[in-house]
Design a protein around this ligand. Structure first.
Ligand SMILES: Cc1ncc(COP(=O)(O)O)c(C=O)c1O
Length: 437
């Protein structure tokens, strides 16, 4: 059967070498068909922020199933969807209160870009259509999200991309050219304005960035980087979109990375952790006053010309509400910050192996950059052998343990990472093994 489907973004042949077919999951662990247990160090893929099969979320689905599981979005809305909209608005920064629920991150990103273009068209700036984004970013698998993404061969297979998506480099691209990380960030932030001005600001609708860039290896800019970016967008009437599909929902120590970095965008895109993986869910959250540009008189053609069949699905929204309530009631933002500090200190101990260039991230979202790309390839194998699931790219790996984890779980996770790394070094014949301490 495995030959009759595809694994996302990876050769099926690689997967078939060591196929992980999941039987069940609970809390911090998965089990495969042979009963082998795996520590889920990445919450599925930045999704299961409350671990697997959290009782409160299971209960929310069961209760909603007894009320209604689907309403037609063309001419109705479920009460639970309205409640969800209200709950999200309570935890977003500034006046980001206009919420449209979807079924995942790509849908949220597509909607944000369509909303932005339409907004500028009907508010006196019809020439604004371009989106400036970053190389090494990921904004989704659909054509708009892919065009905004900066992913080399992932994209070139599908060229030509959509027109009007100029790019800048993230700050890591310049880090070796400047004396300090702060200076590299200033330069990288300023490059947005260079591109906007050279493209002609009258043609630029938006800037879209992940506050912490996953695909580049948990690229974590300075707070000043976002302050500069905010000012540039204001100067040129460019809509600032934060893609918080990964960084949203407590991972960085606040509900959203926008709050962690202290800069409020005009639109915020969410997905993944918003439903903790129980039912597909995402949302586009825009400034309330932008949404006003979409409310024309009855019978007029002024409305957001967009929709999806499963947008605002009642089961998904019931789970989304339960996720927000759990985060708020258990103060999981504070926990992410504290546990994140512990996690960072535990990961720092891996430096003794001599193969780590940098550790980045905020809260429980952390990335470890390796000195040798071959090591990452070997780590993909050895991590699974040692029973741990990480997000691994050849030159870095990332972790984002679910917020039900305690320090002892972080210890177990870091032990497994260390064993997997040592095995990867042996497999890749990395010469720098220093078995100190
Ligand atoms: C930052 C970011 N944006 C958007 C997406 C797309 O989300 P989805 O896969 O739910 O469509 C992803 C998925 O990995 C992502 O990481």
């Amino acid at each position: 059967m495995l030959r009759s489907t595809f694994i996302d973004y990876h050769p099926t042949a690689d997967f078939l070498e060591n196929p992980l077919v999941v039987d069940r999951a609970e809390g911090l662990y998965y089990w495969d068909l042979e009963g082998k247990r795996y520590f889920d160090a990445i919450g599925g893929i930045f999704v299961a922020i409350l671990g697997h099969r959290h009782p409160r979320l299971m209960d929310a689905v069961r209760r909603q199933m007894e009320r209604v599981t689907f309403v037609p979005p063309l001419h109705s809305i479920a009460e639970v969807t309205l409640d969800f909209v209200e709950r999200i608005g309570e935890v977003t920064p500034g006046n980001l209160n206009f919420v449209k629920a979807f079924s995942g991150g790509s849908e949220a990103v597509e909607a944000a870009m369509k909303f932005t273009r339409q907004y500028h068209k009907q508010s006196g700036n019809p020439g604004k259509y371009k989106f400036v984004s970053r190389y090494q970013s990921y904004h989704g698998g659909t054509f708009g999200g892919m065009s905004a993404s900066g992913g080399g061969s992932r994209k070139s297979k599908f060229e030509p991309q959509m027109a009007g998506f100029p790019k800048v480099f993230p700050p890591t691209h310049y880090r070796d050219l400047f004396a300090t990380w702060e200076e590299a960030n200033r330069f990288a932030a300023q490059s947005f304005e260079d591109v906007i001005v050279n493209e002609d600001p009258d043609t630029v609708a938006g800037v879209i960035v992940e506050p912490i860039g996953n695909t580049g290896g948990i690229i974590t800019p300075t707070e000043e980087y976002f302050q500069i970016l905010r000012k540039i967008c204001d100067r040129h009437n460019v809509t600032l979109i934060f893609d918080e599909v990964i960084t949203g929902f407590a991972k960085t120590g606040k509900m959203f990375a926008a709050q962690t970095f202290g800069v409020t965008p005009d639109i915020l895109c969410t997905g993944k952790g918003i439903s903790a993986g129980v039912i597909p869910l995402g949302a586009m959250i825009a400034r309330e006053d932008m949404a006003e540009a979409f409310s024309g008189p009855r019978g007029s053609n002024v409305h957001f010309a967009h929709g999806h069949t499963f947008a605002g699905n009642p089961l998904a929204c019931a789970v989304g509400i339960a996720v927000i309530e759990e985060i708020v009631e258990q103060d999981l933002c504070a926990k992410a910050e504290l546990l994140g500090e512990y996690l960072a200190s535990r990961l720092a101990r891996l430096k003794k192996l001599g193969v780590i260039r940098e550790i980045r991230g905020r809260g429980i979202l952390r990335g470890v950059e390796l000195t040798e790309p071959t090591l990452g390839l070997a780590l993909k194998k050895t991590a699974l052998q040692h029973g741990i699931i990480l997000r691994i790219d050849p030159s870095w790996f990332a972790v984002a343990p679910p917020l039900i984890a305690e320090e002892s779980d972080i210890d177990e996770m870091c032990e497994l990472i260390e064993q997997s790394l040592i095995a990867a070094m042996e497999l890749a014949e990395t010469p720098k093994l220093v078995r100190a301490g």
